[in-house]
Design a protein around this ligand. Structure first.
Ligand code: ATP
Ligand code: MG
Length: 588
């Protein structure tokens, strides 16, 4: 196991927002946290108002809310005042189109300023914002538009032509299409900017209530068909708090979340949490490129950086040279989400970037960070950390007849959260039964397996569906993958259980190598031996196959169910979110 990382506070940096985790946990209540919302002048709550207008009202409107970095080198700042104005205009446009409370507004676009204006304007109009990942092909887009019953879609001309135009007749709910770059030549569409121009800069505050629907997010589809999770305006309380305590954001910070707003992270932490905390949000339109990323971190003087294990593994693959010539000294806090963060990645970041990545665990359904490592607390690499103040987490086992039993420290079981936090999803779209199945005895059951140690740190084991049963042992893929990742040749690793006559299942490893290594029989044996020495024969993989890349969702998660299906010749299931199925350029 990688060594504990001790934290010492740097006197040259601002003091952490959450100084004493334990004391706060002991005294925290969501009711008190709720009083920190600005709220609406006539009562009620609105995410966009909390995120933008509040800062204008308190005299900080000239601070940059968004710093947009175009893929061709453009750089544009949009202040809080301007964002308030533009989102007011967009809310007005929606109302002119007859769109109101509860209506769904989808966006299908790359990371362009119009996406952010749409998100905030939609919320101000009391409608429900639903982002669709821009690299989806026509079919996943159609399915989500139908499921969400979207009445409005904001997109670009090219995306419209490629993915929507031909199937528009099959989308009866979709009344209005707003093109962000319209030249007026596409029949049956509106120009986003012409609509904006007609709206007023100011309008009366929104009329939304805390329990009104605000966001619809489709899950990543890692384990099956993506589900549509509904969140309400009250979620902003958790966005604000986690932004402040976990990401350690404060007004004036330069903050970069690399997740695309097509997924929940890119909205909760790529739009809402940083704005609610008064930070300047860096938005990079371009795709991953190690040198470009280091250049952005250095040039923009990024203070807080939130990214994902896949991106970190790609940075590790790119080598230390890529960091050269970039001054990363402004970085104060770095965190990761979406997949287990290998201990190797934590120690690499400390050695290469001078500070560790902090793992954070949450889901589309939880709406905000739930279990995490904090700026002030020591890191146990490989652990997801500890629950947010206000969140009760436990390891449980479902009873066959219903209900759950809590397990002891060290025992492996399902990770559960006491239901009732502000950003908890309020339903799965059109699937009340599935929603009900997520709850038992007052707990939300996450579908992830984990262990809680005696000190209250949580350790991810794997998803319910990914756990391998071999010769009477239950093996979580993460632990085996971590060990292979320690080998210098390995860039990525994914494990599955393969049926075996004697053992029930054996562990089979799929490995992608770093650029300077080539697959060979000798290397395969070496890796199997390497794993056996560290894990013992019962747990170590018996088979190992090289792949150029592992199959991943568009949001960067290894799809072990696909590795399994391919290995066993089973149907692949829903592949709408698979990276290589949708090869179009995201902003095409
Ligand atoms: P689907 O529910 O459609 O299969 P998904 O669960 O991948 O897709 P998301 O809600 O985007 O969709 O992802 C949440 C899941 O990602 C978690 O349940 C967990 O399995 C994984 N995850 C997120 N953060 C972490 C983390 N820090 N460590 C381990 N796993 C994580
Ligand atoms: Mg899930």
């Amino acid at each position: 196991m990688a060594a504990l990382i001790h934290k010492t506070l740097n006197a040259n940096e601002p003091a952490p927002n959450l100084m004493d985790y334990r004391a706060m946990r002991a005294t925290f209540s969501w009711d008190i946290a709720c009083t920190e919302r600005a709220g609406l002048p006539h009562g009620g709550l609105n995410i966009a108002f909390e995120a933008v207008d509040r800062w204008v009202a308190s005299g900080q409107g000239e601070v940059a809310a968004l710093r947009w970095l175009g893929k061709n080198g453009e750089r544009r700042d949009i202040s809080y005042t301007e964002l308030a104005r533009l989102s007011n205009r967009f809310a007005h446009s929606l109302e002119q189109l007859g769109i109101g409370p509860g209506d769904r507004v989808c966006v299908l676009a790359g990371r362009i300023p119009e996406l952010y204006i749409t998100a905030l304007g939609t919320l101000k109009a009391g409608a429900v914002f639903c982002p669709l990942f821009s690299a989806f092909g026509p079919e996943p887009v159609r399915v989500r538009l139908v499921k969400s019953q979207a009445r409005v879609l904001v997109t670009t001309t090219l995306l419209y032509q490629r993915k929507i135009r031909e199937q528009r007749n099959n989308l009866p709910d979709l009344e209005h299409i707003l093109l962000t770059d319209s030249d007026g030549s596409e029949p049956g569409t509106h120009s986003f900017h012409t609509l904006l121009e007609t709206g007023p800069d100011h309008r009366s505050p929104p009329r939304t209530q805390p329990e009104d629907w605000a966001l619809l997010h489709f899950t990543s589809g890692t384990t099956g068909t993506p589900k549509g999770a509904i969140h309400v305006h009250q979620a902003v309380v958790a966005h604000q708090l986690t932004g402040r305590w976990v990401l350690d954001l404060r007004p004036g910070d330069i903050y970069w979340c690399t997740a695309d707003p097509g997924w929940v992270t890119g909205v909760s932490y790529g739009i809402i949490a940083p704005l609610v905390n008064g930070a300047t949000l860096v938005v990079d339109e371009a795709e991953f490129d190690a040198r470009r990323w280091y250049a952005i971190l250095g040039r923009e003087r990024v203070n807080v950086w939130y990214t994902a294990p896949t991106a970190i593994r790609m940075l590790m693959k790119a080598g230390t040279e890529a960091t050269q010539g970039h001054d990363l000294s402004a970085l104060r806090f770095m965190a990761s989400v979406g997949e287990p963060l290998n201990p190797e990645a934590v120690t690499w970041s400390l050695a290469t970037l001078g500070r560790p990545f902090h793992d954070t665990w949450w889901q589309t359904e939880t709406g905000a960070i739930m279990i995490t490592n904090y700026r002030t607390l020591d890191i146990r690499p490989g652990s997801m950390g500890q629950p947010l103040p206000g969140i009760e987490a436990a390891i449980v086992r479902r009873r066959p007849g219903g209900g759950v039993d809590r397990l002891e420290p060290g025992e492996e079981g399902e990770l559960a959260l006491r239901a009732g936090w502000p950003s908890m999803f309020r339903s799965y779209l059109d699937d009340a039964e599935r929603y009900q199945q997520c709850f038992a005895d007052g707990w939300y059951l996450s579908g992830d397996l984990a262990i809680c140690d005696i000190d209250g740190y949580f350790w991810f084991v794997g998803r319910n569906d990914d756990v391998i049963k071999t010769s009477g042992h239950l093996i979580g893929p993460f632990e085996v993958e971590n060990v292979l990742m320690e080998h210098p040749a390995v860039a990525e690793a994914g494990m599955i259980g393969k049926p075996d006559e004697f053992a029930g299942q054996i562990v089979k490893a799929f490995v992608a190598l770093k650029p300077s290594y080539v697959p060979s029989d000798a290397l395969r044996k070496e890796l199997l031996g390497f794993a056996r020495t560290r894990l013992g024969p019962a747990v170590a993989p018996r088979e190992l196959e090289f792949m150029p890349d592992l199959p991943k969702t568009r949001s960067g998660k290894i799809m072990r169910r696909l590795l399994r299906a391919r290995e066993l010749g089973l149907p692949l299931g829903d592949v709408s979110t698979l990276e290589s199925e949708n090869p179009e350029e995201p902003d095409a």
